[in-house]
Ligand binder design. Structure first.
Ligand SMILES: NC(=[NH2+])NCCC[C@H](N)C(=O)O
Length: 478
């Protein structure tokens, strides 16, 4: 295990992660561009920051780096300028555990050769004039980092579009044990994010031990010879939300709206070649905006507890009921998944099929995590029509585990919260939990079986939950 950069599960105690707080580019989304920029709506930036995301940061700091916040929340909250949350500010929390992407970017921009290369690369992608490229080279580092992220100059001129989805740091790459699998985004709106991320991971001293262990997805050489109309839609793309490190030996890869079969294949070959994991399971979900990545339809909460969308799961009884209607020519309202597991063993690769998601998740619990407690499934919207679909759309299945059984979710998914309570979890609002922490009523280490409810009216409009808003780089081994 190198330099505290290692992830071998979804539920081991979280020790370090990369986040990105909503930047001013998010406040520049206009209705006509919202869909192109992968939002369904425009957001109110101040509310999103102050009343929602800042709570996420406080909770993360309490669990991962409590000295930064413990006993200080009254003072932090009373500062209207939010200096504590601004990476360039003297009062910035500057944690080595809850790490801001903008901070990492400004660190590497201090290296002059990297700065020159990165400015040129961004200007090429964004088709900037040579004059702007030269102007950017003269900017103070802090301003430059902001411009590269927001696309907006200090005088408010927009040089290129913002990258509002950078708050979803999950999608830039995934730690697979000691390796990092970088993404290759399917959507143009996310191209600059992965370019910036690549520079950060290859150049920041924090990741020096990762060198030689970064895996990149590339196009197959035959691709370049295809006529343009055939090239489109056949790109090798892979986004972090489709990759889940569920056990030291086992990686899940979703094939989805964003991740292609070809990219998944390439990832399997590279991972097996380097012996990074011994099992990769491909979970093919319907190519739909609602589902975009596998982590929008299921995540893990404990070794033996999973939250998922029922209409993609087994729902046997439901299926049986519906078969009567199908016989009468009706379309079923559940969708099928294809699940194929590739096992690299004894010099060959064996393939195994799973009939449904629950069977796969149960097998992970038992066969990979050696847990023989009853496997529990918490269904989005408590599987009540039509709340399953409604709450999945607002990220009921997309939770971030801070320690086994303790996860951060959105407060608006009431029926899913009910399902969690039925499964033996307590649910608590982020603000109430922070108050208990501050009053020493409850040390974070003692918390078990709890879903922390983050305010989410604005955040959920960006179409991602706390799982998407996190890139874990260090979790304790289970
Ligand atoms: N891992 C995830 N599910 N990320 C969600 C990303 C949401 C973002 N608006 C997009 O469409 O790209």
């Amino acid at each position: 295990m190198s330099n505290n950069i290692f992830v071998s599960s979804e539920v081991g105690t979280l020790r370090r992660l990369i986040i990105h707080s909503p930047d001013s580019g998010l406040g520049k989304v206009v209705p006509s561009k919202a869909q192109d920029w992968l939002f369904e709506d425009i957001v109110h930036l101040e509310t999103m920051r102050r009343d929602e995301y800042d709570y996420y940061v406080k909770i993360l700091l309490y669990f991962l780096d409590s000295v930064k916040v413990k006993g200080k929340l009254k003072r932090i909250d009373s500062d209207k300028s939010r200096d504590f949350y601004k990476p360039c500010n003297k009062k910035y929390f500057n944690s080595e555990k809850v790490i801001e992407f903008e901070k990492l970017l400004s660190d590497i921009l201090k290296i002059s050769a990297v700065r020159t290369q990165l400015i040129a690369a961004v200007c090429a992608v964004e088709e900037c004039s040579f004059q702007f490229q030269n102007e950017m080279a003269q900017m103070p580092i802090i301003d430059l980092a902001k411009v590269l992220i927001t696309g907006i100059l200090p005088n408010n001129k927009m040089l290129f579009p913002p990258i509002p989805n950078l708050i979803f740091t999950r999608d830039i790459g995934i730690m697979v044990n000691e390796h990092l699998l970088l993404n290759k985004p399917a959507k143009y709106a996310r191209t600059r994010e992965s370019l910036l991320a690549k520079y950060v991971f290859f150049n920041h001293p924090m990741f020096k031990d990762l060198q030689g262990k970064i895996i990149e997805i590339t196009e197959d050489e035959n691709h370049f010879l295809l006529p343009e109309e055939e090239q489109e839609g056949r790109l090798n793309t892979l986004e972090g939300g489709d990759v889940m490190m569920v056990a030291p030996n086992h990686l899940l890869i979703g094939v989805s709206e964003r991740t292609s079969v070809e990219a998944a294949r390439q990832a399997i070959d590279l991972l097996f070649e380097r012996n990074v994991v011994q099992k990769v399971t491909i979970v093919k979900i319907p190519q739909k905006r609602d589902y975009m990545h596998i982590d929008t339809v299921f995540t893990q909460i404990k070794r033996n507890v999973w939250v998922l969308l029922g209409s993609l799961g087994r729902i046997k009884e439901e299926a049986e009921k519906q078969s009567i209607w199908e016989e009468l020519g009706q379309q079923p309202s559940y969708e099928t998944l294809t699940i194929k597991q590739f096992i690299n063993k004894d010099g060959g690769v064996k393939v195994k099929d799973f009939a449904n998601l629950e069977d796969l998740l149960s097998s992970i619990t038992k066969d990979d995590l050696d847990c023989y407690d009853e496997v529990k499934f918490v269904y989005s919207g408590n599987n009540e029509f039509p709340y399953g679909a409604r709450e999945q759309w607002t990220d009921s299945c997309n939770l971030l585990v801070v320690k086994e059984g303790v996860a951060i979710g959105y407060d608006r998914n009431d029926k899913t919260a009910e399902a969690f309570r039925d499964a033996g979890f307590q649910t608590i609002r982020a603000a109430d939990l922070l108050e208990k922490f501050e009053n020493n009523e409850l040390p974070p280490e003692t918390l078990t079986n709890t879903i922390i409810m983050l305010p989410s009216a604005e955040l959920s409009r960006a179409r991602g939950g706390s799982h998407c808003m996190s890139m874990p780089i260090f979790r304790e081994m289970l």
